[in-house]
Design a protein around this ligand. Structure first.
Ligand SMILES: O=P(O)(O)OC[C@H]1O[C@H](O[C@H]2O[C@H](CO)[C@@H](O)[C@H](O)[C@H]2O)[C@H](O)[C@@H](O)[C@@H]1O
Length: 372
């Protein structure tokens, strides 16, 4: 019997919104005010994101529905389930999660007197979503922007990828890396003025006891799904990803059944739905939000009042970090999305090219203030 296996359609399925933290008294308009329902809780839409199907309950249609609903990366793809969302609703969403570029001055004004710390998701944030996960390269221009940002602010990459893999994409030694959705954290191997290089940089792996199990499940998934054309199992060390971006929709149900059958032997694992990916991870109390808090402490910010974390991410798992920022009433969460989604982020950017612009603007702003 599976104890805790939660499926959440990533693009639309943020669980019932958490209460937003009160804005600081001295900054009444920051973060932008928003309602929790966001006008998205309508018939079919609501049904999908409020249902939290359990793998153990044997409801294959719900899992495959979640898979269908996840990640409309192309307007054509999106139109199927967004057809019920009038433009006005998206515009309304934008008023509640305005562009971090158009509102750049508000974002930086809120950080006044505090040390900004940057947290960046990888796929869909620094690199565009592509069919082949091994070819999700970030542009040289983006690498430059992240390198510049890290010169001015402590900077961490927080990714669902395994740490080594995301490092091989980013290739910047001066950053902190939190791989496997925060379950594998390592400090920088190169020093900057913000990050002292240490002989033994911080290394934290709260799910290390699950390694043999993850390896076993990886092999079982590869074996079980080998006849599903286009599917692919990615070993992210402490987490696993079963990709279905290149699987014909008519066999998504078969794929989900196979994954379900493997996981039924592992009650200690849980399953979520990301952007055309089923993600499997240990059911421990650790996520990108916990990783953010751990990193803030590691970097030396135990004191809440002098730090301003900025977290930019596009995925369902990034919501855990946005939620932490909301609950702490601190910093700012920025969701990368072209579509209306229920989110705990305050601001939005449409795609990685806008993330690039935002990062460059931040560096320019910092340089200007250094001269003042
Ligand atoms: O936390 P992230 O850095 O955003 O990682 C989440 C997952 O990202 C990758 O998958 C996604 O990007 C792929 C490449 O663009 C795309 O093909 C796939 O459909 C997306 O789901 C990564 O491959 C996964 O392992 C991560 O869990």
């Amino acid at each position: 019997m599976v104890k805790q296996s939660v499926i959440v359609p990533e693009e639309i399925a943020i669980p019932a919104a958490v209460a937003m933290a009160e804005p600081p008294a001295h900054l009444p308009s920051f973060p932008p005010p928003r309602s929790s329902s966001l006008g998205l809780r309508r018939a079919g839409y609501n049904k999908l994101f409020l249902s939290q199907p359990d793998v153990a309950s044997g409801r294959p249609s719900t899992l495959v529905d979640s898979m269908r609903a996840s990640s409309p990366t192309h307007p054509k793809e999106a139109s199927a389930f967004l057809s019920s969302l009038p433009d006005a609703e998206y515009k309304d969403w934008l008023t509640q999660h305005p562009s971090a570029l158009s509102n750049f001055d508000d974002v930086v004004a809120a950080s006044k007197g505090k040390q900004m710390v940057m947290f960046l998701d990888y796929d869909g944030t620094l690199a565009p979503i592509v069919d082949d996960p091994d070819r999700a390269f970030m542009s040289e221009q983006m690498r430059e922007a992240v390198r510049d940002v890290a010169r001015h602010f402590p900077t961490a990459i927080v990714s669902g990828r395994c740490r080594n893999k995301v490092f091989n994409f980013v290739r910047l030694k001066e950053l902190y890396y939190a791989g496997s959705h925060g379950m594998d954290i390592k400090g920088p191997s190169k020093s900057t003025k913000h990050t002292k290089s240490k002989a033994n940089p911080v290394l934290f792996q709260p799910a290390s006891e699950f390694l043999p199990m993850m390896d076993e499940v990886y092999k079982a998934l590869v074996e079980k799904t080998k006849f599903i054309q286009g599917s692919r199992v990615e070993n992210n060390t402490f987490t696993l990803s079963v990709h279905y971006r290149c699987v014909e929709e008519k066999i998504w149900n078969s794929l989900s059944e196979l994954v379900r059958s493997v996981l039924s032997d592992y009650p200690e694992l849980r399953l979520t739905v990301g952007r055309k990916v089923l993600e499997i991870r240990p059911s421990i109390e650790w996520d990108k939000g916990k990783a953010l808090e751990f990193l803030l402490e590691s970097i030396g910010f135990v004191n809440y009042n002098n730090v301003f974390p900025v977290y930019i991410g596009d995925d369902r798992t990034d919501e855990d970090a946005f939620k932490v920022l909301c609950e702490r009433g601190q910093g700012v969460g920025i969701l990368v999305s072209k579509f209306a989604k229920e989110t705990n982020a305050s601001y939005s950017l449409q795609e990685p090219s806008e993330v690039n612009k935002f990062l460059r603007r931040l560096v320019a702003w910092k340089k200007l203030h250094l001269k003042e």
